[in-house]
Design a protein around this ligand. Structure first.
Ligand code: PRP
Ligand code: MN
Ligand code: MG
Length: 188
């Protein structure tokens, strides 16, 4: 298999830097969640969140349920106002639970605002969001958390195309243990 690392411009966060930050967020969430009295379901958004999800739940040290949800955005292809659709729903019953939605990156906010409403309609008592990266400058939709849900983020990301640690460019580079910037000529 051809290595894709020659398509990368620079590394933004190394494996060690990521591990240190994930430990901090995991500790912060655990502290907030400990006394909340509700069961907790940690729900990763496939595919991008799978690496962060695995690292996060292993460092939280709490008996949480873990599940995945898959959505598809039709926005770019059909111009149908960017509304995502659920392709594969959670199997864990989230009613009455504190749901923590886990993302690799928040960009426009479309995906998360849709998923927060979805969890609310399923009867979640609280919805928090934990994203590894955040691009706040690109937000089009401001999402509202539910109940005593909180917003957690690993790093603020510069406005460039990033890959690795779960994030892809046409399904490539998800396996890389670090986050890197893709060379602009690769996608322009
Ligand atoms: C990416 C990312 C988030 C979403 C963020 O997923 O993983 O889920 O886009 O964008 P938004 O804030 O504008 O909604 P993508 O659709 O690329 O799917 P993937 O996770 O399978 O790569
Ligand atoms: Mn995604
Ligand atoms: Mg993607």
């Amino acid at each position: 298999a051809r290595s894709w690392e020659e398509d990368l411009e620079r590394i933004l966060w190394t494996e060690d830097e990521i591990a240190a930050r994930v430990s901090e967020i995991a500790a912060e969430i655990s502290e907030d969640i400990k006394g909340c009295g509700a069961e907790v379901a940690v729900v990763g958004v496939a595919t991008g969140a799978f690496v962060f999800l695995a690292d996060l739940v292993r460092r939280m040290g709490l008996p949480v349920a873990v599940d995945l949800i898959r959505v598809e955005s039709y926005g770019s292809r059909t111009e149908s106002n960017g509304a995502p659709a659920i392709v594969s729903d959670v199997r864990v019953d989230v009613e009455g639970k504190h749901v923590i939605l886990v993302e690799d990156i928040v960009d426009t906010g479309n995906t998360l605002s849709f998923l927060i409403s979805h969890m609310k309609s399923k009867g979640a008592r609280a919805v928090s969001v934990c994203t590894f990266l955040d691009k706040p400058g690109r937000r089009k939709v401001q999402f509202e958390l539910v109940g005593d849900g909180k917003f957690y983020r690993g790093f603020v990301c510069p406005d460039c195309f990033v890959v690795g640690y779960g994030m892809d460019f046409s399904e490539r580079c998800r396996y890389l243990p670090f986050v890197a910037v893709l060379k602009p000529e690769k996608y322009t």
